[in-house]
Design a protein around this ligand. Structure first.
Ligand code: ADP
Ligand code: GLC
Length: 476
């Protein structure tokens, strides 16, 4: 099976969230099962300078008004890559979603380039049977396939987060190399605009998203305006849970940790806690339950519910650590919380991969109070690292955490703490449940062990993606 992934992020080179992690792990897991999966990404400086470039596979005098472009064949460890090298659009450091003046055109160029590879293959005659696009930036990929010439590869669109859709003015139609007849509700039109994700979901042969519960939610009230379309395509929509990349997220061999540990040596986890407390400006308190959140500060992540509980946590003797960046009001509110509670609340505003690993190895509880969460990875990393997740029961969080209750404690299935209503009071109740269980070290350790033993591997999901491809792959 030959598959071309196309996406805007790839860990460790360019990552703003879970998409980057999944793009690094899933294609490699599929290659491990014998499929020829490759990936097309922009030639961001961070990627271009780090991978081995082999040859030019295609050249274009212009793509989407951004000037000359080339597709380069390259190799990252264990993953063949194609890079879209178009300096005007991609030779820039920083956040891949910045520079709004050409946001639509540069990701359209990426989507168009993937359709080109799908139709013509590379210089060596390799061509994909399936084009697999991820999230709104490449939502036009199925449109370029559908409105272009044959041969047409099969197409899949995966929704990692439906809250981000890529809506742009209809006046861009020509600049995006879309034909006039594409601008209909059956094509790329969305409430008078061009909808990138909408186009992908309308025109791809199959759709997937990153958990079974989110697949249901986005057809009901959680679809951010795309519920109707998704309910209509219900038969073609698969919910496939993400996994954990054990090469990157494994406390037994994590180079970021002060002290590596595993199930057999849980005591070796402790030095990580002390080091992290110091780094975060927290008191070196060996007893206090340590709560942490590692998150984009976006309203959908529900960190305002944590803000509502800061004083409560501190009053109950807990410590709180926040690693995050995003919404400026939330950043400021957390900074103020840290000033109000020196030594008890520690805040790092920014993005720091190594510090995130250290947080998972140090915390007792990882908070994930999301209003919506397609899958969520931090509750999985928490479990792998022996921290207990405390999550709102939504999307992938509901699919991956079994909340403490008399029943789940009795049958030894609990792996964390859950709450339902998206308000500070409900989160406070779950915090109380965690604090109560913290008083029972034996029960706590049992839950830790259950989490550390949990699989959440990529092999199962990778096999399910194959099943999905088999329903559409036709060869050409
Ligand atoms: P999302 O993709 O919606 O942001 P996920 O839970 O799927 O949510 O993935 C978040 C990823 O980003 C995880 O790998 C997490 O560790 C990482 N992350 C989030 N915020 C930070 C931060 N401030 N510093 C370092 N890593 C972060
Ligand atoms: C998105 C979602 C997150 C998911 C990640 C990877 O960013 O917000 O829930 O885990 O993609 O699929």
């Amino acid at each position: 099976m030959r598959v071309l992934f196309v996406a805007s992020e790839l860990f460790p080179y360019v990552k703003t969230g879970g998409l980057g992690d999944v793009m690094a792990a899933l294609p490699r897991a599929m290659r491990g099962l014998g499929a020829d999966v490759r990936m097309l990404v922009p030639a961001y400086p961070a990627i271009r300078d780090a991978v081995l470039i082999q040859e030019v596979t295609a050249s274009f005098p212009d793509l989407m008004g951004g000037g000359p472009a080339r597709i380069l064949k390259a190799e990252a460890p264990g993953l063949p890559l194609y890079l879209l090298d178009q300096p005007t659009f991609f030779d820039r450091p920083g956040n891949p979603y910045g520079n709004p003046e050409d946001l639509a055109r540069r990701f359209a160029a990426l989507a168009w380039a993937s359709a080109h590879l799908g139709r013509h293959g590379d210089a060596e005659g390799w061509w994909p049977e399936v084009l697999h696009g991820h999230d709104w930036p490449v939502g036009l990929m199925p449109a370029y396939v559908a409105y272009g010439d044959s041969p047409r590869p099969a197409t899949v669109m995966t929704i990692h987060n439906i809250a981000f859709q890529g809506r742009f003015p209809a006046s861009l139609l020509q600049e995006l190399w879309l034909p006039r007849h594409a601008f209909t509700p059956e094509g790329v039109e969305f409430h008078g605009d061009i909808g990138f994700l909408k186009a992908g979901l309308r025109l791809a042969d199959r759709i997937s998203t990153v958990s079974p519960t989110y697949a249901r939610e986005i057809q009901q009230s959680g679809g951010h305006g795309l519920e109707g379309l998704l309910a209509h395509r219900s038969q073609d929509l698969w919910g496939i849970l993400n996994g954990v990349d054990r090469e990157v997220w494994n406390p037994a061999k994590d180079p970021s940790l002060l002290s590596r540990y595993d199930l057999k040596h849980p005591a070796r986890r402790l030095p990580n806690r002390q080091g992290f407390q110091t780094r975060m400006g927290l008191q070196a308190d060996a007893e206090a339950p340590l709560f942490a959140a590692i998150s984009r500060l976006d309203p959908l992540k529900g960190l305002d519910l944590v803000l509502d509980n800061v004083d409560h946590l501190v009053a109950r003797g807990a410590q709180l650590a926040i690693l995050g960046t995003g919404d400026h009001h939330a950043e400021e509110a957390f900074r103020q919380a840290a000033q109000r509670h020196p030594g008890r609340v520690g805040v790092f505003i920014g993005y720091d991969e190594a510090l995130a690993h250290r947080a998972f190895a140090a915390a007792d509880v990882i908070l994930v109070p999301s209003r919506q969460e397609p899958c969520g990875l931090t509750q999985l990393y928490a479990q792998a690292y022996g921290a207990l997740p405390l999550v709102r029961r939504t999307g992938g969080l509901a699919d991956t955490v079994v909340g403490v209750s008399p029943a789940t404690l009795a049958d030894d299935t609990a792996t964390g703490f859950t709450f339902e209503a998206a308000n500070g009071w409900a989160l406070g109740e779950a915090i109380n449940a965690a604090l109560a269980l913290f008083q029972d070290p034996l029960a706590w350790r049992q839950m830790q062990r259950r989490g550390m033993k949990a699989e959440f591997g990529w092999e199962g999901p990778a096999r399910t993606y194959f099943d999905l491809y088999r329903t559409i792959s036709k060869g050409h």
